[in-house]
Design a protein around this ligand. Sequence first.
Ligand code: ADP
Ligand code: MG
Length: 736
Amino acid sequence: MAQRMAMDRVAATYFLEAPVTTARFVDASRARLLAKLGIETVGDLLATYPRRYLDMSTVTTVATAPIGETVTVVGVLDQVSLKRPKPRVQLVEAALVDETGVMMAVWFSQPWMARKLVRGMRVALSGKVAFSYGYKQMSSPFVDVLSTPGEETPHRVSVASTGLIIPIHPGTEGLSANWMRRLISSALADSSGVLDCLPEDLRRRHGLMSLGAALRQIHFPQSMDERSQARRRLAYQEILELQLHLMLRRRASERDTVPTAHLVDGPHLAALRAALPFTLTGEQDEALGAILGEMAEPRCMQHLLLGDVGTGKTVLAAHALAAAVDSGNQAVMMAPTGVLASQYGLKVGPLLDAADIPWALLTGSTSVTQRADILARLSSGELRVLFGTHALLEPDVVFDHLTLVVIDEQHRFGVEQRSALLAKGPGADMLAMTATPIPRSLALMLYGDLTCSALHTRPRAGAHVVTKLLTKRDTDRAKAYDAVRDAVEQGHQAYIVCPLVGVPAKRRQASYEDSPGDALQVLDDLDSGIDISDAKAAQQQAAFLARDVFPHQRVALLTGRMRPAEKDEVMGRFAAGEVDILVSTTVVEVGMDVPNATVMIVEDAELFGLSQLHQLRGRVGRGAHDGEVFLLASAKTDEGRERLGALASTEDGFELAERDLATRREGDILGVRQHGAAVLRLVDVSRDAGLIEAAHGDAVALLAADPDLASERLAPLAHEVAVTFARLSDETVEGG
Ligand code: ADP
Ligand code: MG
């Protein structure tokens, strides 16, 4: 009997890893549709969690839907039409019919709804009921497509006869939420008794339900409380697996390498200290102590140095570079832009010169002969410190003995780029720096294991920056333009930042600045109905401002779409004072250090994350003169106003980052997506901070007790981690 049960367990467990065609009702054509959703195995199918749940206790009929209340009605769409009541207004109108009557629904400026919705679809509409032209009507209601016409549903699920909470699974064309629910329900039945890879003692310690129960309850919860317990269990597992993966990967990359115990009190470092024109602040001393302490240990450092622009990170990195040189080795420091890399040359170069350390700068615009010379001196070991951009990642950039890798603005680089640079110095120490404050929970998700220090205050009490929140009305915009004009008259410079690069032929496909995270975010925003159809685009704005608003000032354009050499050229002219007004996208967020710039206007500020706006405003007030930042925003809701208001009321980047995470606007951009969305389906970096700490601690303890996770207790977990991440790295390679 016991053996029989064990066999069932094994069978159920293998079932999860089997191709999805093994599941009932999944034939080849349906498997193709599932593949579009990234579902290849039965396990993937079961990990396709509901997007949303429909609480049937709020469902009413059309006849009983009270006007003025927010409710859900379920019925069949009768007609769907796209109308143009005015030249610039697009309106999608649909009629929903149930046994008791007709509910009209309208969506403004969302023409794609007309493609998404078709006659005969069974849908649930959630929204506020109004009364208009003799009909009950919902304006921009939330739509859940329950089934599409012509689709034979296995058990015509009459919504009313199911439980009180209906899961709405993600579907795709030809495979409705209804079908997905059916497929998942039978796969769940066939996988009952699945082996739980989480050791029981861990589950007990954290009060986590079994895997089987969690899967059942996240898909078909009896109550939302049950659902949240199920989510917690599954999220814990996601985090634990990621932590184990990151730690195992790090150990693998360190295998067969000899970590360096750096000499941290050598002559070069002493000379550099002596050459400093100031003394380090207490905070800097503490952070430097932590960094040098880690470097001195015979293990691979992974240290994250957090601090706003101007808090003095670069000068600490210079100390670390000198320590690497004192140890007889080489060091490299990489920046995301050519301008930033050149600034190292200007700021750190003289310190290195004073400490008698040969250094060079390698970027995309380094000449061929210069590059050849640098590479030769680098591989011979004569050159000790190299600054640069992505150009450092080229395979022919070979070091003699690289033991320290410094990555500035680390979140601007992908996982692959960071490891490509690290691979040039097997066993090297890594110092990552970032001006975007990252809460510890997020740092753990990015690195698994790391040490961390933070700089909170600027050593030089710089100029003041005043942030003003304005509307987009012409009178307000005129105030901002006047401030720009005044500044230029006094010999200063200004930035005007726009959310979009350009307005493409098809307005809706407008994308944000170059980083993939931003583009994804726009798609999310579109889905959730945020309207970017009137957002300002840098290309058009630059032309308009130069012609109509600032005809007597020198206006230039800068976007991430421009070629690196072009970008460097424009930034160079602005830095040299040859341009008065720089119209740009968020490319200026990183690395622009023009002390003479005193005014910034941010168009459509409501479209940006707080951390991003904080970074942006850090571009002004960098010299002796105070800065002024105008945020032009249409904050329609109190929440939106309060969100942007936080910028006016605090200077603390860490606080703003926490707020961003809480509103989920920035977490993804910071790079958790680097691990692939597939792995982290349920984790919410802000809300799950406690769970992340717990799982991180557990991962450390598990690996300490059983380094290969080979025991009977942990082997299933090790297997799970291997399977999950083997597939992920395949995908990463494919995707480039
Ligand atoms: P970050 O890299 O964090 O942007 P930097 O290291 O470039 O900051 O420092 C910003 C400015 O402050 C630089 O001009 C630097 O020389 C100066 N600075 C750094 N540390 C100190 C200090 N302890 N006292 C005075 N000035 C400092
Ligand atoms: Mg810096």
